[in-house]
Design a protein around this ligand. Structure first.
Ligand code: ZN
Length: 195
């Protein structure tokens, strides 16, 4: 399967509810591996199928983008328990470089089906719990900006002077929308398909 471009904010597919997977077949494993590739290429920690234009309930997640950490490939995932709260800056590959503070549960338990057809329960805390909630939101057409404190929205800007190699610049949802709209127009003019 060819590398699929990650859909950008404003693409209608990101707002639709994904359908449960009923049949496990070869096409599915191709799709999942394409998603893993897209996540890793973009240094992400998670990706949901709607982000590559497929309205199926499939997510791929990992606890760390730096380390060689385990990648979970989850079909029909659902949160069955949650506890505590955590607040942190969050981002999304479909809203490149945008960050905003989002409250999430500190711990979650997620039930899902693996590619082999086995039922699994994943108990996660901290970042992995956050990523699981974020990706499962995608399956319901919900984006992090729908949950973020919009007063905390900012751009992550590369900055060679800064200690971490980047700095934060405050922005607004309106400015971000205009920016993503320009990004989508540019892509459309290059012939990248959308729904
Ligand atoms: Zn996302």
């Amino acid at each position: 399967m060819a590398l699929m471009p990650i859909r950008i904010y404003g693409d209608p597919v990101l707002r639709k509810k994904a359908k449960p997977v009923r049949d496990m077949d070869g096409v599915l494993s191709d799709l999942i591996e394409t998603m893993v590739e897209a996540m890793c290429t973009n240094q992400g920690v998670g990706l949901a199928a709607p982000q590559v234009g497929k309205l199926r309930r499939i997510i791929v997640v990992r606890a760390d983008a730096e380390a060689d950490s385990e990648i979970f490939r989850l079909i029909n995932p659902r949160i069955v328990a949650s506890e505590g709260t955590q607040e942190s800056l969050e981002g999304c590959l479909s809203l490149p470089a945008l960050r905003g503070k989002v409250n999430r549960h500190e711990q979650v338990a997620v039930e899902a089906i693996t590619l082999e057809g086995d039922e699994v329960t994943i108990e996660a805390t901290g970042l992995l719990a956050r990523v699981l909630e974020h990706e499962i939101d995608h399956l319901n057409g919900v984006l992090f900006v729908n949950r973020a404190d919009l007063d905390t929205l900012c751009w992550l800007v590369p900055d060679t002077e800064a200690e971490d190699g980047y700095r934060f610049e405050p922005t607004t949802m309106e400015e971000a929308q205009r920016c993503f709209e320009r990004m989508r127009r540019k892509r459309q003019s290059q012939g990248v398909p959308e729904e």
